[in-house]
Design a protein around this ligand. Structure first.
Ligand code: SF4
Length: 359
């Protein structure tokens, strides 16, 4: 069995660590590019959301490199994510690729099915599997720490070329690192390198929260590196959802019988008291949380035709009004042009920066 999985930001690092420790050969798809998207978009239903198309492109690239089994997470409440796996399997079959697909639905969708899939993936590991999953989760935490350091340093350093070089080296080296121990050491070393840059600690950059649809928040290819672009302009950003948060709320909390996303759901209640699919309540809840924490602005990113985030988009202007926080709305798909995107980010940055100076 040669496993593969789609890209979703830095998720591949933790997943690779886990499969390395389990002794399972896995193939990381080549990093997403325009070609990956073109490949996926060509075979996908035209109006399906962007993550579906990028993922399909990832699978094809991995299958061409020898992968025969795809692992993805499943379900996301009543939104299209629930049928990503089965539909992608059918499309791949039509394309002549007969691969297995293991769809890891969160435990709330059926505890026995969840454990059956876990057993399938961790065969032979026995009780060791539990510790391996813990280590993989710890890698997710470390990735968040690394990103947060990067968000802090980028607007405060003039050594942007060095910073990009450090991150570039990290991405190249992590592909060759084996297991959670080596990967964790590499993350720690990279954190130290970032902190050794010349950082202006007195600078107070504007703070922007990134909210919206989980894939397009987490995956830099799909959001055209919005975080780096904003950091280069001089803003400190914060990603509202991460792979670690997803694992904590969808895997760990349900197993501990704790309620997921409790704070976000409570904060979103005056605007949206029920779950309507995707992460709509979380998006609204994060917007309120950022506004209350003194953030200067918010950026909602979501794929064209994303049903849950279209609902958030219609509610967020009310949050904007209630809390007096400006929000930029960015919709991404395969037609998104880089120049227009950059112009919108620059205009928003200038607006928020001037607004803060005036106040
Ligand atoms: S949340 Fe939006 S983009 Fe993600 S699968 Fe659902 S509809 Fe598609």
């Amino acid at each position: 069995m040669k496993l593969t999985y789609p890209h979703m930001g830095e998720a591949y690092i933790a997943v690779k660590a886990m499969f390395d420790d389990l002794g399972i050969e896995s193939i990381i798809p080549p990093f997403s590019t325009e070609n990956t998207l073109r490949l996926g978009a060509k075979e996908s239903p035209e109006s399906i959301c962007l993550p579906f198309k990028i993922m399909l492109g990832n699978y094809v690239r991995s299958i061409e490199e020898g992968a025969d089994t795809i692992v993805i997470t499943g379900s996301c409440g009543p939104c299209r994510f629930g049928y990503y796996g089965p539909l992608q399997k059918l499309i791949l079959k039509d394309m002549g690729y007969d691969v297995d697909m293991i769809i890891l639905d969160p435990p709330r969708e059926g505890i026995s099915k969840f454990f059956n899939n876990i057993r399938k993936l961790s065969r032979g590991a026995g009780i060791r599997a539990y510790r391996i999953f813990q280590e993989a989760y710890r890698v997710c935490e470390k990735i968040d720490e690394l990103n947060e350091i990067q968000y802090f340093v980028r607007p405060r350093t003039k050594d942007k070329a060095k910073l990009n070089g450090i991150m570039h080296n990290f991405r190249a080296k992590v592909l060759n690192a084996k297991g959670s121990k080596e990967i964790s050491q590499l993350i720690d070393k990279t954190k130290d390198e970032l902190l050794s840059l010349d950082i202006d600690m007195d600078l107070k950059p504007i703070k922007l929260g990134i909210i919206g649809e989980i894939y397009t928040i987490i995956d830099p290819f799909s959001n055209l590196n919005a975080e780096d672009r904003l950091g280069d302009l001089g803003a400190e950003v914060h990603r509202s959802m991460t792979v670690k948060d997803w694992a904590e709320n969808n895997l760990i909390k349900p197993l501990r019988r704790e309620k997921p996303y409790e704070l976000e759901k409570r904060l979103s209640k005056p605007y949206l008291p029920v779950m309507i699919g995707g992460h709509t309540q979380q998006c609204i809840g994060h917007a309120v949380k950022y506004a209350r924490s003194g953030y200067d602005g918010l950026i909602q990113i979501y794929p064209l035709s994303c049903m849950p985030e279209i609902v958030s988009r219609s509610i967020l202007p009310q949050v904007e009004k209630d809390y007096g926080i400006p929000i930029l709305y960015l919709i991404v798909d395969e037609q998104t042009g880089e120049a227009g995107y950059q112009t919108r980010l620059e205009a928003f940055y200038d607006y928020v920066d001037n607004r803060r100076r005036r106040s």
